[in-house]
Design a protein around this ligand. Sequence first.
Ligand code: SF4
Ligand code: SF4
Length: 100
Amino acid sequence: MSMQQNIPTSTIEEKLFTVKYKPGPTSHLIPDQNDCQVCPTKACNYFCPANVYHWDPMQSLNLVAYENCFECGACRLGCVYQSIEWVYPKDGHGVTFRHG
Ligand code: SF4
Ligand code: SF4
């Protein structure tokens, strides 16, 4: 006999709607662009759940939309060169999570 569970579900878009951003004036995420230029996978462009990183081949730059970062910390571990300088945003900037 199977037991039916009534677990409320929500989409990632609904979950992200509970996130509030207050971006600081400068990026709290600074990848070493020299490493990015030779990085074979540009992995951060794929694993960041907030799509913060975008490799621009025309400029040969890893663009950083730091305003969208919700500080999960994945890019500190996932960068193959460990080359992202990462600090928490200061002075009350950054992300807050609302519940309910
Ligand atoms: S994974 Fe690291 S080295 Fe590669 S593009 Fe992203 S930040 Fe740059
Ligand atoms: S901390 Fe998380 S959300 Fe922010 S840039 Fe890194 S992987 Fe993306």
